[in-house]
Design a protein around this ligand. Structure first.
Ligand code: PHE
Length: 345
């Protein structure tokens, strides 16, 4: 019996030694240590033994069981470790692999310029006003001193929807609407950004739809000097501290006097180049002192109040600022164009 038990132990330990995975090891455990396993089976023959032999065999049986169990336990630890090791090896991350770039969009150059202009004027105490793009003839023209049949209406070829409703041709109707809301009470200090529409054939410098930013200040004692100072700050902020501006006489029905505003060329510094056509100056906006008729029509006392207004095209500003050669780039949404304005390049 002793030999049987020892042989069993040797056999079991060999199998344990040979087991190379946890499942086989478990099968061995069930086979050798189960209730009906071979140790129990052998010890059944104890009845035939002498009284002295019996406890010895009993103890040996337990010893064999114990040896098998601890050997299984030791092997189990080894196999588990190996398994973890294998898993770690399979799951290693190659930290030297270059990351995948996440594609992000970017702000449209036009939005960027509009926001920059807005921020500048907000910092000077202006508020942003908005109005409808589908506008009444009254606000787009009449309230701005452009009665029906006025020849200056031809300056802005329009998309009419009905006899009295059109797509606004400029952002000036927002100044008419805002003045009306103030009911003759100053001060007014607004800028109005927004889309405008004109019946134009699209080319490198014309678009049937573009954007404008209008500015309007009304108060007592507002002079042309205030207008010039304001636009000078604007030109320097947008195009650099070295820029200068000059005002040239012009005509708009809603301002008197009216001016066209040039900025010293940001490409040649005023020396004269092909962009400023050798003049050293580039036109950037129209402006003037609000016409007394416009003030009166909106309910302001033109003897008490004066004001200035200006209107500019952010496309033009952006084209000059970023050296963009075709206004259509803003609207065709070619990603190769837009990507150039990404801050994540
Ligand atoms: N509304 C004018 C235009 O679109 C621009 C302008 C605005 C001129 C305000 C003077 C004062 O041409």
């Amino acid at each position: 019996m002793e030999q049987q038990l020892k042989a069993l132990q040797t056999e079991a330990l060999q199998k344990i030694e040979a087991a190379d995975n946890l499942k086989d090891l478990n099968d061995i455990r069930v086979a050798y240590l189960g209730k009906k396993g071979p140790v129990t089976e052998i010890l059944k023959g104890m009845g035939k033994l002498s009284a002295e032999e019996r406890p010895k065999m009993g103890a040996l049986g337990n010893e064999v069981r114990g040896a098998i169990a601890s050997s299984i336990e030791a092997k189990q630890t080894v196999l588990e470790q190996a398994e973890i090791q294998k898993q770690l090896e399979n799951e290693t991350i190659d930290v030297t692999l270059p990351g995948r770039s996440v594609k992000t969009g970017c702000q449209h150059p036009l939005t960027r310029v509009v926001e920059e202009i807005e921020d500048l004027f907000i910092s000077m105490g202006y508020t942003v006003a908005e109005g409808p793009e589908v506008e009444k003839d009254y606000y787009n023209f009449e309230a701005l001193n452009l009665p029906k049949g006025h020849p200056a209406r031809d300056m802005q070829d329009s998309f009419y929807i009905t006899e009295d409703i059109l797509m606004r041709t400029h952002t000036s109707p927002v100044q008419a609407r805002t003045m009306e809301k103030h009911k003759g009470q100053g001060p007014v200090k607004i800028i109005c950004p927004g889309k405008v529409y004109r019946r134009d054939n699209d080319d490198a410098t014309h678009s049937h739809q573009f954007t404008q930013i209008e500015g309007l200040v009304i108060d007592e004692n507002i002079s042309m000097g205030d207008l010039k100072g304001t636009l000078e700050v604007f030109a320097k902020k947008m195009f650099g501290e070295d820029r200068e501006i000059r005002l040239r006489p012009s005509f708009f029905p809603f301002t008197e006097p009216s001016v066209e505003v040039d900025v010293s060329c940001m490409f040649c510094g005023g020396e004269g180049c092909n962009i400023c056509k050798g003049t050293g100056w580039i036109e950037i906006l129209g402006a003037g002192m609000v016409h007394p008729n416009v003030l009166e029509m909106a309910g302001f006392d033109s003897k008490k109040y004066t004001g200035f207004a200006f209107g500019m095209g952010p496309e033009r500003i952006a084209m000059l600022k970023y050296g963009i050669d075709d206004i259509r780039h803003f609207y065709t949404n070619d990603v190769r164009f837009l990507k150039q304005f990404s801050v994540h390049q």
